[in-house]
Design a protein. Structure first.
Lengths: 518, 139
């Protein structure tokens, strides 16, 4: 009877919410408490059934006894009984039955209330956990906002997320410079070394999908390769995964991946919401660090470049940096003033002077020549041994490229005179060196030449070659220029016509002018 | 300074490396406007840049005053570089080629003197230095 009743009651008892649709199953202690109440209900129900059986049997027994009892009394009349002896036990049975029914109803209400209480306690517990996670993450957010080093920030993020969400692996992927790929910048947890330096094209795989759609994603079990094209095989079995975008406004700079591996415990939608909130803060910190790093790098490069170019040219170089370094980038035809300066008597002197002194002289020479170019808004192309090449009019356009080149040449001559005098005080042999300068103005192709690994921003053309020929033709202390330079600079008073000279590689003689600069 | 060339005067603060660019630009504009040819204007611009760099290097900051001057028949440009730096103990020593307290060429002041037609140096230890250079317009 008890087994049958239990089966019956199991169908009849209060419905429990299923694990798939509602909150997670209750803890064992609370399940035990509920089971105890349910057992009490079964016991009361059993008692009630027993009482019902007792009453039924009692009533049947009374009826049977009544049918077999002989008729007594005068004239065949039955003797009337004043009190039935079974009335008391029957009444007691009815009372017990009613009391059992009352207790069953009460126990059912108690069961319902207990379930509600436990459910609310569970909700409160989850809420507290969420608050704990959020507090921990916000604390991390404020600390990473104070940090400047990008790798330190990423490591802090990975550690905090891994601890807060009890994850097995956390990784941060950022969009690379090309803007076409995601690269794993930091990872922590199981098989972390295998996910480092991984490249994922945008739009492919789970991370690519998240960047493309800008939406957080929660996955239970294995990801579907059909839903996520380009999905790569994962290291370890991921049982539950969250991936949230790192967004600055509408721009996505990367993703934050959080995985649980080989476990039954799954991330909830609540976890995903918390991670998304943290992701927004983390994105700001990462972006600030990236900007800080970029700014520092720009300042460093600017400092280096400012030693070689004028501030206006430096500004232009920074603006067009990407185009300038790419082979074939920013290639154009322009009228440029090209200057070559070459030390006369340098080779002969090298044999007589110790190398340290020569190096010191060359250091001072390069510094002063670079200064002259920069001060006159030119671009220092290269140093070739004891020769300097510079050009004027690119990347920044100048009003009069010939005039700027000429002013540079005069300053170079002045500085070289100072150099020679200063060094000849220590080594008289320096008194024999001189400087010859050639300038020519004409159309050239200006741009980056070379490979992606190494390229230089330079000028190429006949006008450049002719400037070099003028330089080769100049004697110590001479500045030789072509006809175009002389005319454009409007310096006829300072120009002395040397003659027409035939240079190797050029058809016809070229007019050569000497600048009276002293 | 004469009354007929009042526009040729001005003042500039020198405190940062970029101020050298401003000094060069202003001095060149004034020189060209006054009629100096490319060689002479480049010489005075080179001298001005050297003195401005000296102020930044040795004194930290200072100023440049420029004005047009006239000496009977000639017109010229005068530049005054004034700083409140540590001053120079022996001005004659720094005017000698090769003397340097910073490991440089030691040609800044002697070289500048050769570039300009006239140069005067006044200095007092602890109070500062004033260098005045003048370039005369050639006929």
């Amino acid at each position: 009877v008890a087994i049958g009743l239990k089966k019956f009651l199991s169908r009849w008892r209060l419905e429990k919410p299923g694990p798939a649709s509602g909150p997670a199953p209750l803890p064992i202690e609370e399940e035990t408490a509920i089971a105890r109440i349910e057992r009490r209900i079964w016991q009361l129900a059993l008692l009630a059934v027993v009482v019902i059986l007792y009453l039924t049997l009692s009533i049947i027994g009374i009826q049977l006894l009544d049918s077999f009892e002989p008729v007594s009394g005068v004239g065949g009349f039955r003797e009337e009984k004043t009190v039935d002896p079974l009335l008391f036990p029957l009444s007691l049975g009815v009372l017990v039955l009613l009391f059992s029914a009352y207790l069953i109803i009460q126990q059912r209400q108690l069961l319902r209330t207990t379930r509600q209480l436990f459910s609310e306690r569970q909700t409160t517990s989850e809420l507290n956990r969420s608050i704990d996670i959020l507090s921990a993450l916000l604390e991390v957010s404020s600390s990473i906002n104070a940090q400047k080093r990008i790798m330190a920030i990423l490591t802090t993020i990975c550690r905090a997320v891994r601890q807060s969400f009890q994850a097995d692996r956390v990784s941060v992927m950022l969009v690379d410079h090309s803007g076409k790929n995601l690269k794993t910048m930091a990872a922590m947890g199981k098989a972390e070394e295998k996910v480092k330096d991984v490249f994922v094209p945008l739009g492919q795989g789970v991370a690519g999908w998240v960047v493309h759609h800008g939406q957080p994603l929660l996955l239970q079990g294995k990801a579907d390769p059909v839903a996520f094209p380009g999905l790569k095989p994962k290291h370890g079995e991921i049982s539950s995964a969250m991936c949230v975008p790192l967004k600055i406004g509408q721009r996505c700079i990367g993703v934050l991946n959080v995985n649980r591996m080989g476990r039954h415990s799954e991330f909830s939608t609540n976890d995903l919401r918390l991670l998304a909130v943290f992701g927004n803060n983390a994105a700001t910190a990462i972006n600030n660090a990236l900007l800080h790093h970029r700014r520092k790098e720009q300042i460093r490069l600017k400092t280096v470049v400012e030693q070689l170019h004028s501030p206006r040219v430096v500004h232009e170089l920074i603006d067009k940096a990407d185009q300038l370094v790419a082979p074939g980038g920013l290639r154009e035809r322009r009228t440029i003033g090209t200057l070559f300066a070459d030390i006369r008597g340098f080779s002969e002197m090298s044999a007589l002077i110790d190398p340290e002194m020569m190096m010191a002289f060359l250091d001072a020479f390069y510094a002063r020549m670079a200064q002259a170019v920069a001060d006159n808004e030119g671009t220092l192309d290269k140093f070739i041994g004891d020769e300097v090449m510079a050009f004027f009019g690119a990347p920044e356009a100048l009003e009069n490229v010939s005039l700027n080149a000429l002013q540079t040449a005069i300053e170079m001559m002045i500085f070289f005179g100072w150099l020679r005098e200063s060094f000849s005080l220590r080594q008289p042999q320096f008194g024999h060196v001189g400087l010859g300068i050639g300038i020519n103005t004409g159309p050239v192709v200006v741009g980056s030449v070379g490979s992606r690994q190494r390229s230089e921003y330079t000028v190429i053309g006949d006008a450049v070659n002719l400037a070099r020929r003028f330089c080769g033709h100049a004697r110590s202390g001479e500045i030789l220029v072509g006809e175009t330079t002389c005319r454009q600079a409007a310096i006829e008073k300072c120009c002395h016509f040397v003659g027409e000279v035939a240079f190797k590689g050029f058809s016809g003689a070229k007019k050569v002018y000497r600048i009276q600069w002293q | 300074m004469t009354a007929d060339v009042p526009e040729f005067w001005g003042k500039l603060r020198i405190a940062a490396p970029n101020d050298v660019v401003v000094v060069r630009k202003n001095v060149r504009e004034v020189a060209v406007t006054m009629g100096f040819n490319v060689v002479d204007s480049t010489r005075i611009v080179t001298a001005a840049a050297e003195l401005a760099r000296n102020i930044i290097h040795y004194a930290g900051s200072g100023e440049l005053n420029w004005k047009a001057v006239e000496d009977g028949k000639r017109k010229g440009l005068r530049l005054e570089f004034i700083d409140q730096g540590p001053g120079i103990a022996d001005p004659s020593q720094v005017m000698a080629p090769g003397y340097s307290t910073s490991g440089g060429l030691g040609m800044g002041l002697p070289g500048t003197k050769r570039l300009a037609d006239e140069m005067d140096l006044l200095s007092e230890i602890g109070k500062g230095t004033t260098v005045v250079i003048t370039q005369w317009l050639s006929d």
